[in-house]
Design a protein around this ligand. Structure first.
Ligand code: ZN
Length: 155
């Protein structure tokens, strides 16, 4: 008897972003070796949303692909991704920073920015506060966002 189930089967299907034929499982999951998009069913049916395991939406990925640009999140997409993953990182000028959703003592959800070098932690009361006031090295994060690297979610 063949014990292989449908769930283990791999299909040749087009990548949702670049259209190259890649390997996908029954859940439409498959990392594209050509454009690097992490294909999945939820992104296919929610093309405007930032969803696991990507940091940008499917529509944004298609746009960036057509422009020949890498799949990097802008500052707003990064904050949207933070709400999916809970804990993110970025690197600036050689220092890693962690951005986390945490509960304050009043059980209110706030955003924490942690500097891995100085061990300093700054709390922002909401998305707008973080977007407008978060600083690294005395510079507004929103102004130097394009100079950050290693933006990713943490497990
Ligand atoms: Zn692709």
């Amino acid at each position: 008897m063949d014990s292989k189930s449908i769930y283990d089967e791999i299909f040749d299907k087009p990548c949702s972003v670049c259209g190259e034929i890649i390997k996908k499982d029954i859940y439409e999951q498959g990392d594209c070796p050509y454009c690097k998009w992490k294909n999945n069913h939820f992104a296919d049916i929610n093309p405007k949303a930032v969803l696991y395991p990507n940091l940008i939406s499917l529509n944004k990925a298609k746009k960036l692909y057509s422009e020949g640009k890498p799949f990097e999140p802008d500052f707003n997409e990064y904050i949207e991704a933070l709400h999916n993953y809970g804990e993110m990182q970025f690197k600036y000028n050689g220092t890693y920073y962690a951005v986390e959703l945490v509960y304050d003592k009043n059980k209110k959800l706030v955003i924490s920015l942690y500097n891995s070098q100085t061990k300093e932690r700054i709390i922002f009361s909401n998305d707008e506060d973080f977007k407008n006031n978060a600083q690294v090295e005395d510079k507004l994060l929103k102004d130097i966002w394009n100079d950050t690297t290693d933006r990713d979610w943490l497990q």
